[in-house]
Design a protein around this ligand. Structure first.
Ligand code: ZN
Length: 291
């Protein structure tokens, strides 16, 4: 066993290092839940509220565990994982090289994350880019007519009212493929550029079965070198949910000049630091300031 931690914050920090950016390869939940995380989905965030820990997947399924006094998450290396632990665990999440298991948890719940930009009830859905018959021109019109002129391309790609099918991992990869600065204003793109972006997105999403396991160009590659320009991949976290965004500042320069004021370099994870650790330290800092 790698670690036993008592405080929920510490458990969450350990879970982040072990799970964020990795694909779910195995799952067992010892209770019936409303929605099950899907195998192949990627762990995007781990949040903590008191003794509750939430694990958020890139399709926005949230797994919430209420730990109360005795509940705890533990991380195992694959070779250290035994049947006895499996029998006692209430939740088991397997990724490539680690197994996260939760014991003595009192309540397990799953739901879809509530993000107003991505929530279907707050507006009409945009076209589904995973559907080959979808209307891409409508998507282009919705981008060109986007009401918030200061909104960034990175934000609009996740706005379900404009287009559907793009998760956070895919968003990072798409921005890199198109060499777009993530914080460029959506209003700086002309019709041809919007069309190019949604066409490439649709092609990539619709061929995802063939490319499910293709290696990622930027996501999870913080501090590594960019395959295109040899620059260093950076990661920044932003928004209330601390969603991470990986990108190459050296070659993702299209429309960089229009970069929105929402791009703040202080949210960049410094080289050599794990983004999960940086988020944890930033949260501690904020807690100290507010306390
Ligand atoms: Zn690059």
């Amino acid at each position: 066993m790698l670690a036993i931690f008592n405080s929920a914050e510490r458990q969450a920090a350990t879970l982040r290092v072990a799970l964020i950016g990795k694909k779910l390869t195995g799952l067992a939940i010892d209770e019936s839940v409303a929605i099950s995380p899907k195998l192949g989905s990627v762990v995007e965030e781990v949040r903590v509220f008191g003794r509750e820990i939430e694990i958020i997947f890139d399709d926005l399924v949230v797994l919430r565990t209420k730990l109360q006094f005795r509940g705890m998450w533990r991380i195992f290396r694959v070779g250290d994982w035994h049947k006895r632990s499996r029998d006692q665990a209430k939740v088991v999440l397997e990724v490539e090289d680690r197994i996260a298991a939760c014991f003595k948890v009192v309540e397990i719940e799953t739901h879809h994350d509530f993000d107003p930009r991505r929530h279907p009830l707050l507006g009409r859905h945009g076209p589904d880019l995973t559907d080959s018959k979808t209307d891409l021109e409508l998507c282009v019109d919705l981008m060109l007519g986007y009401q918030d002129a200061d909104a960034t391309i990175a934000e609009v790609l996740l706005d379900q009212r404009v287009m559907r099918g793009i998760g956070n991992v895919f968003r990072c990869e798409l921005l890199w493929t198109c060499e777009l600065h993530p914080w460029a204003k959506v209003s700086s793109l002309n019709r041809d550029e919007c069309r190019e972006l949604v066409t490439i997105a649709a092609e990539m999403l619709q061929s995802q079965h063939a490319t499910r396991d293709r290696s990622l160009a930027v996501y999870g590659r913080h501090g590594k070198n960019c395959d295109r320009c040899n620059g260093q991949i950076r990661v920044t976290h932003h928004g209330e949910a601390n969603r991470v965004l990986y990108w190459c500042a050296d070659c993702q320069t299209r429309h960089a000049g229009t970069s929105s004021s929402r791009y703040v370099t202080e949210h960049d994870t410094p080289p050599g630091v794990h983004p999960a650790e940086f988020i944890y330290l930033s949260e501690l800092e904020r807690t100290r300031k507010s306390g």
